[in-house]
Design a protein around this ligand. Structure first.
Ligand SMILES: NC(=O)c1ccc[n+]([C@@H]2O[C@H](COP(=O)([O-])OP(=O)(O)OC[C@H]3O[C@@H](n4cnc5c(N)ncnc54)[C@H](OP(=O)(O)O)[C@@H]3O)[C@@H](O)[C@H]2O)c1
Length: 292
């Protein structure tokens, strides 16, 4: 099985490479600006805006499976159009494709969202992710789309780095108490994505954590896990802030979870202080900020 991980240098991409290698896949991975730090995979520079270099990578790698973990934020040509270009290439090469999307496709108006809910984004990033979902399935109906929520793990996520910086007082900002999401551990998400990739299933899927928590509650859980002073975490209301975005979005992942053997934990479970998690968090703490 040859697996191509688009955005392999990113947070989720790094974990996907690690788990795919462990499962015995031959892997190739792409980066936009800087290759990832694992030597266990073949690396290719790739900008999803560039159809020619995408075709060259596809022709050389000839992947059975493509996992798209790339992110261009609110950049429409990357986040909205890039995955559609990728899906066209996957269809042409008859590769299985799993595309990672986001709970940002929802406005929060109905709070609870299962796989049947249609996107109603209220941010440019959410709109680009929704456009990509629609376009990917239009050009390649066999593709699987996986919406997820805040990705956490090993102290390496942007969310954990922010919490560490806020607790240390080295960064301005606050954790919203009215912004609710269903955080997922990067290892659980990667395992579920790889398992789903082995199924024939197509269309929309949800893979998010079981627990709905505010950004501030998430901060307290991570602070307790990592031995930080949670009382130092500043709080604010998103509703009163200049940050556009949904307030309460809870992905209901039960339908997808029923088809999977991988257990996707809630943050209250995976943020318990485990020696492995705390150790990895301590190792990763000095890493430079990457932003969300
Ligand atoms: N992080 C979260 O909390 C969260 C929540 C919900 C959904 N998601 C989704 O989950 C996926 C993975 O997120 P992540 O946090 O792991 O992302 P990430 O760490 O920001 O990594 C993004 C990856 O995309 C690559 N990339 C950037 N611009 C590109 C372009 N023009 N063409 C091709 N590749 C490009 C980056 O390469 P370089 O490193 O070389 O720039 C990097 O490998 C994304 O689809 C994201 O939208 C994330």
């Amino acid at each position: 099985m040859t697996t191509l991980i688009i955005g392999g240098s990113g947070f989720l991409g790094t974990e996907l490479i690690r788990q795919a290698k462990t499962a015995g896949h031959t892997t190739a991975a792409t980066y936009a600006t800087q290759r990832g730090d694992t030597a266990e995979t073949a690396w290719y520079p790739l900008d999803l805006r560039d159809a020619q270099s995408l075709d060259a990578v596809m022709t050389e790698v000839r992947p059975n499976l493509i996992l798209n973990a790339s992110s261009g934020g609110a950049d429409w040509p990357v986040t909205g159009q890039g995955p559609i270009r990728l899906a066209m290439a996957a269809a042409k090469h008859r590769s299985r494709m799993v595309h990672v999307s986001s709970d940002a496709v929802f406005s929060g108006a109905r709070v609870h969202y299962d796989e049947s809910c249609l996107p109603d984004p209220i941010t440019p990033y959410g709109a680009a992710k929704a456009a990509a979902e629609t376009g990917v399935l239009a050009v390649y109906p066999k593709a699987a789309i996986v919406r997820t929520s805040l990705i956490i793990g090993y102290g390496r996520s942007a969310h954990e780095k922010l919490i560490h910086d806020l607790a240390a007082g080295t960064r301005d900002g606050a954790l919203f108490t009215d912004d609710i999401r269903c955080p997922v551990h990067v290892a659980d998400l990667a395992a579920a994505l790889l398992e789903l990739a082995m199924h024939e299933t197509a269309g929309i899927h949800h893979i998010a954590g079981l627990d709905a928590v505010s950004r501030h509650e998430l901060g307290i859980l991570i602070a307790n896990r990592d031995g930080l002073d949670a009382s130092r975490l500043p709080t604010a209301l998103r509703a009163n802030s200049a940050h556009r975005g949904a307030l309460d979005v809870r992905l209901d992942s039960r339908a997808t979870q029923r088809a999977l053997r991988t257990t996707v934990r809630g943050v209250r479970q995976f943020a318990l202080r485990l020696p492995e998690e705390a150790g990895r968090a301590a190792l990763a703490a000095p890493a430079p900020l990457t932003g969300e």
